[in-house]
Ligand binder design. Structure first.
Ligand code: AKB
Length: 319
């Protein structure tokens, strides 16, 4: 098989996607890449890793050509809160790199996975049961880059036949690698703080309802979409996917079932709150369910039990 390249491999999704791809297709077929080097001690002779700035055409072409890449999972991007802080940098990374990846996919005949987000919607989008095809007028730089990215992927698919596919991810909850600079980061931080201190100060209001998904479901969704028979896909790109929708208060209540002394309080971050208030409360993911049989396995209760068990083991002080 032609190899698979993952960009942003040291990020929250990449650190779980790369091992899952290595398990599924064999380590010799997966090239991980990131703008950062692998941390010392994490190198493994069997695993391929490239330091790659995916805004640099020459570097991207060289890696794709040298490794005979046939599919790219393009994860490198700035998340919503960081993008609001650094909008110019967000445009450069999120858009320049996607354009380059699509161009390289066109020239080298590669498939491409692009992660869009609930951030691709805005305050004029219907907030409940948000349809697959609806109004998209985001008010954040992150959202602007996600809508533009979705449109660019559709354009390259239609105009040049590039097999570009993608998902609109909700907040992703995981214990392997922390997220960085997202609006939904609270849903991961709350677990770290619950285990360490039995208390958490949340930057979003208690009733802020957003879609969420546990990382094992997210990884499976990406691989299942990329493996789906193209003739089954009407949309192909930017599928709404969700597994649960929760508020900070509800998540805290679920954690309390395992840790009755856990306490949550609130210190609202106005930037993150404004972003969250402009996003859907609950997406309709029926297109993904019918076109490629998407079905999440973790609901709030299953995710919370697994997170607490796995993260407690990870944070246990070494003896
Ligand atoms: C963020 O909060 O920026 C991301 C997202 C929902 O796209 N987790």
């Amino acid at each position: 098989m032609r190899k698979i390249l993952v960009t942003g491999a040291l990020g929250q999704i990449g650190q779980e996607l790369v091992p899952a791809l290595r398990d599924r297709y064999g380590a010799a077929n997966i090239v991980a890449s990131d703008i950062r080097s692998l941390p010392a001690g994490e190198e493994n002779a069997d695993d391929m890793f490239e330091v790659l700035d995916c805004t640099k055409a020459q570097q991207v072409e060289d890696v794709v050509d040298r490794h005979d890449i046939g599919c790219v999972y393009h994860l490198a991007a700035l998340l919503s809160a960081t993008a609001e802080d650094k909008p110019q940098a967000a445009w450069r990374l999120n858009m320049d790199s996607l354009y380059l990846m699509l161009e390289v996919a066109r020239q080298f005949d590669c498939a491409l996975f692009f992660p869009s987000s609930i951030g691709a919607f805005g305050p004029t989008t219907p907030r409940n049961e948000t349809p697959q095809d609806t109004i998209q007028r985001p008010t954040t730089m992150y959202g602007v880059t996600k809508v533009a990215g979705e449109l660019l992927c559709d354009y390259y698919a239609k105009r040049f036949g590039v097999d570009a596919r993608g998902l609109r991810f909700p907040g992703l909850i995981s214990y392997v690698a922390p997220p960085g600079g997202g609006t939904t980061d609270y849903s991961v931080e709350i677990f770290y703080q619950a285990i360490r201190d039995r208390r958490y100060t949340c930057p979003l209001k208690p009733d802020t309802r957003l879609d969420m998904m546990y990382m094992p479901d997210a990884i499976r969704a990406m691989i299942e979409l990329m493996e789906a028979d193209p003739s089954d896909l009407t949309h192909r790109n930017a599928f709404n996917v969700t597994a649960m929708n929760v508020t900070p208060e509800e998540l805290a209540t679920e954690i309390c079932k395992h840790m009755p002394d856990f306490v949550i309080d609130y210190d609202i971050d106005p930037v993150r709150q404004a972003i969250a208030d402009s996003w859907p409360r609950a997406m309709d993911d029926s297109a993904a369910r019918s076109e490629w049989h998407w079905a999440p396995r973790y609901d709030l209760s299953a995710m919370t039990s697994d997170m607490l068990e796995k993260l407690s083991a990870k944070l246990k002080p070494a003896k």
